[in-house]
Ligand binder design. Sequence first.
Ligand SMILES: Nc1nc2c(ncn2[C@@H]2O[C@H](COP(=O)(O)OP(=O)(O)OP(=O)(O)O)[C@@H](O)[C@H]2O)c(=O)[nH]1
Ligand SMILES: [Mg+2]
Length: 336
Amino acid sequence: MKGMFVDNVTLVVKAGDGGNGAATFARTSMKARGGPDGGNGGNGGDVLFQGSSNVNDLREFRYKKKIVGENGGHGTKHNGFGKNAKHIVVHVPLGTRVTDVHSGNVIEIETEDAPVLIARGGAGGYGNFKFKSATNQAPTTRELGGGGETKTVTLELRLIAEIGLIGLPNAGKSSLLAALTHATPAIGAYPFTTLEPNIGMFGSHPIADIPGLIEGASRGVGLGIKFLKHIEKTKILVHLVDLTGDNPMGAYETVRNEFKEFNPLLLEKPEVIFLNKADAVDAARVALIEKQFQSLNKEVFVGSVHTAKSIDAFKRLITRLLAPKQDDLPRSAIFG
Ligand SMILES: Nc1nc2c(ncn2[C@@H]2O[C@H](COP(=O)(O)OP(=O)(O)OP(=O)(O)O)[C@@H](O)[C@H]2O)c(=O)[nH]1
Ligand SMILES: [Mg+2]
């Protein structure tokens, strides 16, 4: 789908094993021939997934590659039953698609309602008390607990980027993504460092770092048209322009021109112009270029992705731009 980015992780999910049944006899010094009294093992815990609107991304699973359920307790003597393990409920973002790698089964987690069983815990084994019969008064048989299911699953989350970072190659798009989010895109002092869009989360807002656009992109030159599609659904574009270039306005216009060729509606999207690398250009020249851009009547931000002060100020700016406007608030009816 257009404007969508897929975040992906593969996980191993192992439910808890059932506890073993015990093989014990109620024999004491007083009672030499006491009967079997081995209790049953408890059931292993299931692992379930549940949708949650408090979870926005799959970041947590980048580190936690295995989810292991709790094992059931073993049975004990005097008919002591092993404890049933607690089930584990793992919260995942709404819209997570879970695929069982081996069976190919797919489930979409779309609501916060009921948890979905992913791996079933093993059953507890019977203790030897259970095997006592008329013909066998002293069974030594007991069952081992069943193994919990193990599943390899992929989790995929499709995100609609709310903010798209665009600009010519080398403008500092990936650097900005890295400064605003936990994403760790490759950054390089050469064009076309980024070959595929990177996505990061700014709070709950996905930001996409798009590979550099060049003249002819709309016709497929460079990395081409494929990435222009990704920005059609974003709410805000952040257009990075490199102040160290010979002709920053020309750089800006090159990209805008590709928009016009590709889909003129892109020109109407709210856009913030980020004049970047101000740290590497003398102040008088920065002021001159800034003035040129001011005449476009757009939000113009001058700074450097490399300085914390700029990043703090820029975060405040996009937070303000992302805040719902009065007109966007849902209203049930108009009075009067
Ligand atoms: N001096 C200075 N250099 C910067 C700044 N921001 C980015 N750079 C440098 O500019 C170069 C390009 O940065 P990237 O973030 O990879 O640029 P990009 O726009 O993602 O480039 P592509 O992926 O090729 O389109 C790197 O060497 C960065 O270190 C800045 O504010 N000041
Ligand atoms: Mg890049």
